[in-house]
Design a protein around this ligand. Sequence first.
Ligand code: HEC
Ligand code: HEC
Ligand code: HEC
Ligand code: HEC
Ligand code: HEC
Ligand code: HEC
Ligand code: HEC
Length: 305
Amino acid sequence: MLLFSTVNIMAQDEGNPLSENSQVCARCHGNKYYTFHNEVTGTEVRKRMNPYLLIDTVKYTQATHSFFSCDDCHSPDYAVYPHASNLKLDPKPSCIDCHGGDESFAKYQFDDIDVEVQNSVHKIAHGEQFKCEMCHDLHSYRLVARNENSKIKDIVVQDNQMCLSCHNNLTKYQILTDNQKPEILATHDWLPNQELHFLNVRCIECHTPITDTLMVSHKILPKEQAVHLCSDCHSTNSILRSKLYKYTVMESRTDQGYYNSVILNEAYVIGANRNKYLNILSLAIFGLTLLGISIHTITRIINKK
Ligand code: HEC
Ligand code: HEC
Ligand code: HEC
Ligand code: HEC
Ligand code: HEC
Ligand code: HEC
Ligand code: HEC
């Protein structure tokens, strides 16, 4: 099913090529197989790479943090293989370690996001075990929603993939809990045409509150508080205006003085489109039709005479 396939998001910018230091790591972590020299037996050994330790180097070079070398975040001692066993204990940097309290990142409001994450269902249930990196894989994460060149569909795919990477993947889910994983398709079967919906709206549309201050709300609410009313989206007052279409809506509001253009261009949400130009156009068509009928009637009356 399309929803769960990995769609490659096209690069909006060139990204950065792998540095020399990173290429050392990519020789093994970027391939399904790796080779090393076994000094004890004096032989070359070829083995399969653990799939969970594979880094997609194409996505890496397009990622927001692609300007980093692997050894900026991981110990340079990893260049030696076999890796020293104590490296396993090395702490890994998290978003807030680098971005917390730094003025140059103020517009992203990292600290406010952190507070929201603390209050989300995941942190409440799993505490420190649930890290930002569970959604934001630093090796592939790209800033999308804020990027004005992003297509709505690309935003939806990347953002939903963050949730589905776990909610549709038992091995990742079970890092956190042995509880039964709810089947997303089954729990959402009240939604008609699920596939279409999941390709056009994000999970967070329904699972987070509306926020005026943040680009993306990070407070995942308990399921009882999720949006289930069709009219929340399918109405002129659609919540999508303050969520998915937020950035573009702001743009088109200032550019064109009316705010339905995005909804009209990218997805026609039934009921959400009230555009004054369209209204005028349909009135005009209605008027012309009336006029046509009148002329027709009048000419028929005249011809009869
Ligand atoms: C010769 C192949 C090879 C090279 C080169 C290599 N690695 Fe590894 N790395 C592995 C393998 C295989 C594992 C799986 C655990 C093991 O066998 O030690 C691993 C494990 C890891 C782990 C996980 C450790 C853990 O906690 O279990 C990290 C992180 C890592 N490597 C980072 C790096 C970085 C960063 C570089 C480059 C500076 C690098 N590796 C270079 C083969 C390699
Ligand atoms: C911006 C920081 C950053 C950069 C750059 C980075 N990593 Fe990582 N890496 C992390 C973090 C943080 C984790 C832990 C993720 C988690 O806990 O889910 C991680 C996890 C890993 C793991 C899995 C280890 C484990 O315990 O599961 C491997 C392997 C790895 N990185 C290899 C690389 C390689 C190879 C590169 C370069 C091509 C690289 N990383 C670049 C931050 C980074
Ligand atoms: C090792 C330090 C480090 C870590 C860890 C880290 N970042 Fe960054 N990040 C940076 C640096 C440095 C920049 C580049 C800033 C610049 O372009 O001036 C950056 C850039 C960004 C940008 C884009 C800024 C822009 O204007 O283009 C975003 C968004 C971002 N990081 C989010 C995150 C998130 C989310 C995490 C955690 C999942 C994270 N970062 C983890 C250091 C880090
Ligand atoms: C449950 C999943 C999830 C978790 C956990 C999560 N994020 Fe996010 N985050 C998202 C999604 C989805 C987006 C939207 C990405 C996009 O389209 O650019 C996002 C976007 C962001 C952005 C960009 C916001 C902007 O203004 O454009 C930042 C910064 C960020 N997250 C930081 C964090 C930090 C810091 C943490 C941990 C304290 C964190 N995130 C944890 C899902 C998550
Ligand atoms: C149109 C709104 C909407 C969208 C989009 C949506 N959800 Fe939901 N979701 C709900 C509602 C409403 C419930 C509560 C259903 C119930 O209690 O029967 C729910 C329930 C859930 C649950 C709890 C299931 C359980 O039985 O415990 C999870 C997990 C979940 N959603 C994840 C997701 C993920 C992941 C996505 C994106 C792929 C997503 N949702 C998209 C509205 C939505
Ligand atoms: C790394 C795994 C992981 C990721 C990523 C993740 N979740 Fe979850 N989620 C869980 C687990 C585990 C639970 C069950 C929590 C518990 O134990 O109560 C859960 C529970 C939920 C629930 C149900 C809460 C309730 O009231 O029962 C919702 C809704 C939900 N997640 C939505 C999302 C959304 C939306 C995203 C993406 C923005 C996301 N999740 C990302 C693992 C994840
Ligand atoms: C989170 C917002 C949201 C909610 C809630 C929602 N929808 Fe939708 N719906 C959309 C979007 C966005 C589309 C995609 C529009 C498009 O591109 O065709 C859509 C498409 C549809 C379509 C298909 C229209 C077509 O073009 O074929 C139907 C039918 C529909 N929704 C019915 C419903 C019903 C019934 C409910 C309530 C049970 C509901 N929706 C709840 C946002 C929502």
